[in-house]
Design a protein around this ligand. Structure first.
Ligand code: PFF
Length: 467
């Protein structure tokens, strides 16, 4: 174990760092599009219910595990299970999952960085052509941007929890809020903006079905950075006297507000570009929207604000997404670093080199699996379809293992670590919590229907993606 454990310097620092983790590419693009295509306000309502009734208790469970054990996920499960061999498995899963999710997320972030630089160099007109994307992701410059990005992220991590992660969150998150609000105000004053709001906000309950509901659940779970060991690790850096429920609520509210606000940006822009558009045509994937669709929208702004103005708006947008992605990557890469430090007594520096090197090699594997390397492009056959190495990492670790990890957290906290210990941890800094309705709800739900819902999502994904 490392000699002195680092901690966040303040409650606000923790909240901003955890919100930085939660606010990511998913919030800014995938969420608004999913909402618009799946019932507008009706989706928003279902999503909010999932965030506050299902995901929030899981977040509290993860934070409590980390704070009580003062350890990384592997150490937390080992210590709080009293050394059980069986319960080591979820600990290792909560390490491998973030390690691998970071790989494909790094690649997408590299593309964002490339698009930001492209826009700043005055190439928005090129970015707005679909052919550009394929050409860009298959060009060697991607490796250069990967090195640049990894240096930046690991540079923040090298400074430690308080001077690195917390300080970066305190600078970047307010910047993100300001850029987001600025862009929202700009697009809301464009022509036809209200049309977009109509699709985004007016509820259409007829669109809600099993698939939409499970999509909302998966989106909420991913958005709050659950099942990735992140909240266990950040929980271990929380101050001992801070309230876990209060801080978790603040993180969930911030994340949801940012996702909601992003909708006020994306949808009005789409409808300003083309008032006749059918929202069903919008791409489900964040990457499809960010790289193939949105650049066209930004370019079209040149009619009202000129080419330079349109490029400036696009640059602010790509920078906004980059900031959101970087603060998420910082949190996810911190998980394996914490394990190497806590379990293998490595120095932070040595851990950064070790993790960074392996992730660099794997990220290259993902980056070249779009055509540059044939065998990685057609890596495996799943459910009768050819999948690339990138797809495989995403399907296994993001789609499938995430809900499984969440399920294991719930079972562990309630049935192995035991409610009484969990309750004690939640009451610190929040004396009113003991005996409250909220406490009863959290205990009951985490031991019953939340793991059941996560189990159903897990089974459904396995059936859908692998067979
Ligand atoms: N909440 C993040 C998002 O919505 O993008 C989830 C996440 C993904 C966190 C990848 C960290 C990360 F590296």
């Amino acid at each position: 174990m490392s000699a002195v454990r680092e901690h966040f310097g303040s409650r606000l620092g923790f909240i901003l760092a955890a919100a930085g983790s939660a606010v990511g590419i998913g919030n800014l693009v995938a969420f608004p599009v999913a909402a618009t295509k799946s019932g507008g306000g009706a989706f928003l309502l279902v999503y909010a219910l999932f965030v506050f009734l299902i995901c929030l208790p899981v977040m509290m469970a993860e934070l409590a595990l980390g704070r009580r054990s003062d350890r990384d996920p592997v150490g937390a499960y080992r210590q709080l299970s009293g050394g059980s061999h069986l319960w080591r498995i979820p600990g290792w899963l909560a390490l491998i999952t973030p390690f691998m999710i970071a790989i494909f997320y790094l690649v997408v972030t590299v593309w964002i960085l490339g698009y930001l630089i492209g826009t700043l160099r005055g190439n928005l007109d090129q970015l707005a052509t679909e052919a550009y994307f394929l050409q860009f992701i298959n060009s060697p410059v991607v490796f250069f941007y990967l090195v640049l990005l990894m240096f930046g992220i690991n540079g923040i991590l090298a400074l430690g929890v308080k001077d690195g992660i917390e300080r970066a969150a305190k600078t970047l998150m307010p910047m993100l809020f300001v850029m987001l609000l600025g862009l929202v105000i700009f697009v809301l004053t464009r022509e036809n903006a209200a049309l977009g709001l109509k699709y985004y906000l007016i509820p259409d309950f007829a669109k809600l079905n099993g698939e939409v509901v499970s999509k909302a659940m998966a989106q909420a779970f991913f958005s709050l950075s659950l099942g990735m060991g992140i909240m266990i690790t950040y929980g271990s850096y929380m101050k001992k006297q801070d309230s876990v429920p209060g801080s978790a609520r603040a993180v969930a509210i911030t994340d949801t507000l940012v996702a909601f606000t992003a909708g006020l940006l994306i949808l009005p822009s789409v409808f300003h570009f083309n008032p006749q558009i059918d929202p069903a045509e919008l791409s489900d994937s964040s990457a499809g929207m960010i790289f193939l669709f949105l650049p066209k929208i930004f370019l079209a702004l040149q009619d009202s604000v000129g080419y330079a103005g349109a490029s400036a708006v696009a640059a602010v947008f790509f920078f906004l997404v980059l900031v959101a992605a970087v603060t998420s990557l910082v949190s996810i890469i911190e998980v394996p670093l914490a394990t190497l430090r806590d379990e293998y007594c490595m120095s932070r520096k040595k851990a950064i080199y070790t993790v960074g090197l392996v992730q660099f090699v794997l990220a290259i594997g993902c980056a070249v699996s779009f055509g540059m390397a044939d065998w990685l492009t057609q890596f495996v056959q799943l459910a009768g379809e050819n999948k690339s190495f990138f797809d495989l990492v995403e399907i296994i670790f993001y789609d499938t293992i995430l809900p499984l990890n969440g399920l294991l957290v719930c079972l562990f906290v309630i049935y192995k670590w035991k409610k009484i210990n969990f309750d004690q941890e939640l009451q610190i800094g929040d004396p009113g919590f003991a005996g409250s309705l909220s406490q009863k709800y959290i205990n009951f739900s985490l031991g019953t229907f939340i793991p059941l819902i996560l189990l159903l999502i897990f089974i459904n994904t396995v059936a859908l993606k692998f067979f």
